[in-house]
Design a protein around this ligand. Structure first.
Ligand code: FAD
Ligand code: NAD
Length: 464
């Protein structure tokens, strides 16, 4: 049985784990990364990247359909068709390029990559089951970056026509009728994509509205576009199980009534849970909280020398959070004094229109005890938005009334995800409304709506 020691062992090669390992390798730490499946983890293989590729293909298809019909741009084209298998192959090519890139970066960083499943024997000994047998690693430090898995409903287990996001990203054909259980991030991103690809989509959401974590002002444009795309949203409705013949989904409304929904595919997207099982993590007796490993502001677990990062440490389950944690922990293991002191973690939902939230929403700021001022600028008054044929949505800025410190920025609009960087920068730099208002924003861009929202909060918007 092969045995080795190392300074750092990283378990899991997703965005948290691979970033930690690359950084550690570049810092000269003797680093081993172990990955049971494919480098890149959920994000690159079955999450962020493939979903955005599918969403892009769906947008292109929908735009082509729009051009084939009557449209105000004066463009006519013939009706498009789609070969979903070819789209999936294109998506797989992007995934391969990115995962290959990660492998190359790890190689350059002199990280030893072991393909296999890691299991803790104890806090200082990790066993790795590889295709060639078992290896033992005795690391000085370990980072647990095992990610998350989709939540399975016990009365609607995955299999047959009941699928998770993983299968939804690799279907051979566009389902005629798609029922989506859970109107959160994944359900709406993929539900919208399939609606554009031609599926008849119904979203079943237990809460009172879609994307319940965001306020109604923010989600209204998304709901309006879903209606325009013909997506039926059933709020305050819960999945109950399959009908007796296994063909339909039975749902229960808030008033207790039941409805039977015919479906070719049922996509269950009711959240993800930390992946703790299978790596012997339970044996270590680490402190957990609602199924996630509890960490402090340095991503330290309750056991000395063991860190945890990414989805396994709970919400927000976002790739950029995992990456930032991974980078920080590598620095800490190398001896740097670092602590998690981020002002905000941007959240982007790639619906149509897209939705961005950085920092506090107006109600959250009030609930936190701040006296606030808010400015909202609609894209209806933004020249660039008009020229793209889509002027739905807005940018909204909330600041502390006393000194105008920006507390939060939200936006909803087509392509608005690209503005998340400037929103995040504003918060991280401790910007005041005046800093944004006095920054020259290029014309004509959607970014001008941020400047105008700040001006509006200060009481003197220019273009509204
Ligand atoms: P993961 O990416 O889950 O990686 C964990 C890795 O650990 C896996 O490769 C797994 O095989 C490996 N592993 C687990 N156990 C072991 C073991 N015992 N031994 C060895 N290896 C092991 N986030 C965003 O920020 N933006 C998005 O647009 C976005 N879109 C998404 C779309 C979908 C459909 C899904 C499902 C998720 C999306 N996410 C998005 C979330 C994002 O994918 C995760 O937050 C991110 O991947 C978490 O990174 P991680 O490193 O913590 O874990
Ligand atoms: P989610 O938490 O975003 O949404 C789950 C939804 O399912 C909620 O609205 C919830 O009310 C609903 N629900 C729960 N049980 C239900 C039931 N029995 N019947 C009907 N509805 C029910 O979870 P998700 O969409 O599965 O995504 C998981 C995580 O992945 C997200 O929290 C996010 O962190 C990450 N993600 C991020 C992005 C992004 O950043 N763009 C994209 C996809 C996924």
């Amino acid at each position: 049985m092969a045995e080795r020691n190392c300074r750092l062992l990283v378990i899991g090669g997703g965005p948290g784990g691979y970033v930690a390992a690359i950084r550690a390798g570049r810092l000269g730490l003797d680093t081993i990364l172990v990955e049971a499946e494919t480098l890149g983890g959920t994000c690159l293989n079955i999450g962020c990247i493939p979903s955005k590729a599918l969403i892009h293909a769906a947008e292109e298809f929908e735009a082509a359909k729009h051009r084939a019909g009557k449209n105000p741009l004066g463009i006519t084209a013939s009706a498009p068709s789609i070969d979903l298998a070819a789209t999936v192959a294109w998506k797989d090519g992007i995934v391969d390029r990115l995962t290959g890139g990660v492998a190359g970066l790890l190689r350059k960083g002199k990280v030893t990559v072991i393909r296999g499943r890691a299991t803790f024997r104890d806090g200082r000994t990790v066993e790795i089951a590889t295709a060639d047998g078992v290896e033992i690693v005795r690391p000085e430090n370990t980072i647990i970056a095992t990610g998350s898995v989709p939540v399975e409903l016990p009365f609607l287990p995955f299999g047959g026509k009941v699928i998770s996001s993983t299968q939804a990203l690799s279907l051979a054909e566009v389902p005629r009728r798609l029922v989506v259980v859970g109107g959160g991030y994944i359900g709406l991103e993929l539900g919208t994509a399939y609606a554009k690809l031609g599926s008849d989509v119904t979203v079943v959401e237990a809460a009172g509205k879609i994307l319940p974590q965001y306020d109604a002002e923010l989600t209204r444009p998304v709901a309006a576009r879903l209606a325009q795309l013909g997506v039926k949203v059933m709020a305050e409705t819960k999945a109950k199980g399959l009908s007796a013949d296994g063909e339909c989904l039975v749902v229960t409304r808030a008033d207790g009534s039941e409805e039977v929904l015919a479906a070719d595919r049922i996509l269950v997207t009711v959240g993800r849970r930390p992946r703790i099982e299978g790596a012997g993590i339970e044996k270590l007796g680490l402190t957990t909280e609602r199924g996630a490993i509890r960490i402090d502001e340095r991503c330290r677990t309750s056991m000395h020398g063991i860190f945890a990062i990414g989805d396994v440490t709970s919400e927000p389950m976002l790739a950029h959070r995992a990456m930032a944690q991974g980078e920080m922990v590598a620095d800490i293991v190398a001896g740097e004094s670092r602590v998690w002191d981020k002002v905000a973690i941007p959240a982007v939902c790639f619906t149509d229109p897209e939705l961005v939230s950085v920092g506090l929403a107006p109600e959250e700021a009030k609930a936190a005890g701040h006296e606030t001022i808010t400015g909202l600028f609609p894209f209806q008054a933004n020249g660039r938005a008009m020229t793209t044929g889509r002027d739905d949505g807005f940018v909204r800025v909330t600041a502390r009334a006393s000194d105008h410190l920006v507390l939060g920025i939200q936006a909803v609009g087509p392509g608005i995800s690209e503005l998340s960087a400037s929103f995040g920068l504003a918060l991280e730099m401790g910007a005041r409304l005046e800093d944004i208002a006095h920054t020259i924003h290029a014309h004509p861009t959607r970014g001008e709506a941020l400047q105008e929202a700040a001006l509006k909060a200060l009481g003197h918007a220019l273009h509204i």
